[in-house]
Design a protein around this ligand. Structure first.
Ligand code: NAD
Length: 265
């Protein structure tokens, strides 16, 4: 499998370079960074703290999509909007880990999926994807007698908030309850001084240190509560999930897929 990595010098990108280098059936064929990145021209392996791989980091995203069977992208929403168009043109499979995508970018991804395989997941870990289905099921069974609050904590550099995973957990809860997520969700910051309304799905966000990512969904009823928690100990779980998605993408028909499809959940 010829793999290309977008954002190869980022936290996730470096981990993916190491995963690709270690996988017996994979070759890194291109590694891309943002224009003006100090890593341009350097060996992608060296930047990821492993032996050189003979692949110089470039900012040529068109080349990336032309030479790879599959491109894995953990970058920024602006970069992802551009990559999606290139994936469609080159018919390269495209694995999108970037979070915080707005509606227009989401529409560009759906459009690209008419021409190539696009696998998008706000969280690529097996455990979190199982958690989505547990949350949906719990919300379906408990109904509105139980208030739903979603709490997440991440490292201090994270920019989107609530996290893409927290929002996906909220959507899973809304699906289980049979309500519209957009009209029933509420960030805690909006809550100011008034009481919690019944039926709302609330969010609480914490940031600090180097925490990889913790998510808890609380179903709080009278006299009892259920909490479903996932704690990521290492970013490796996301990289492993992205690699699984890359392998799964080969020879699939064009379409927009999720980790549920990849994992058969
Ligand atoms: P990071 O800031 O460490 O890395 C992002 C990299 O992308 C940087 O090296 C940056 O220079 C590069 N980049 C920016 N614009 C680019 C462009 N136009 N072309 C090529 N490279 C470009 O961030 P990170 O922690 O690795 O996370 C990246 C994204 O992945 C974020 O949106 C994050 O929320 C998301 N993420 C998703 C999952 C998941 O499982 N889906 C897991 C972890 C992080």
């Amino acid at each position: 499998m010829k793999v290309g990595i977008a954002g190869c010098a980022g936290r996730m990108g470096m981990m993916l370079v190491r995963q690709v280098a270690a996988a017996p059936n994979c070759t890194l064929v291109s590694a891309v960074e943002r224009p003006n990145s100090p890593t341009l021209g350097q060996d992608a392996g060296k930047v990821a703290n492993i032996d050189p791989l003979g692949v110089s980091i470039s900012d040529d995203a068109s080349f990336l999509f032309k030479v790879a069977d599959v491109v894995i992208d953990f970058t920024t929403p602006t970069a992802t909007a551009n990559f999606a168009k290139l994936a469609a043109e080159a018919r390269a499979a495209y694995i999108v880990g970037t979070t915080g995508l707005d509606k227009p970018t989401q529409a560009i991804l759906s459009q690209a999926a008419r021409f190539t395989v696009v696998i998008q997941a706000p969280n690529m870990s097996v455990g979190v994807n199982l958690m989505f289905s547990l949350v949906e099921r719990t919300a379906r069974h408990l109904g509105e007698a139980f208030d739903i609050e979603i709490m997440e904590i991440h490292h201090r550099q994270k920019v989107d908030c609530p996290s893409g995973t927290a929002l996906a957990l909220g959507r899973a809860a809304a699906t289980g309850r049979g309500v519209d997520f957009e009209t029933h969700s509420r960030k805690s910051i909006d809550r100011s001084i008034e009481q919690r309304s019944s039926g709302e799905i609330g969010f609480a966000v914490l940031r600090g240190g180097d925490i990889v990512g913790d998510h808890t969904v609380i179903f709080a009823g009278s006299n009892e509560r259920i909490e479903i928690t996932h704690r990521a100990h290492s970013r490796e779980i996301f990289a492993l999930g992205a690699m699984k998605a890359a392998e799964w993408s080969l020879n699939k028909p064009p379409g927009l897929y999720s980790m549920n499809d990849v994992l058969g959940l």
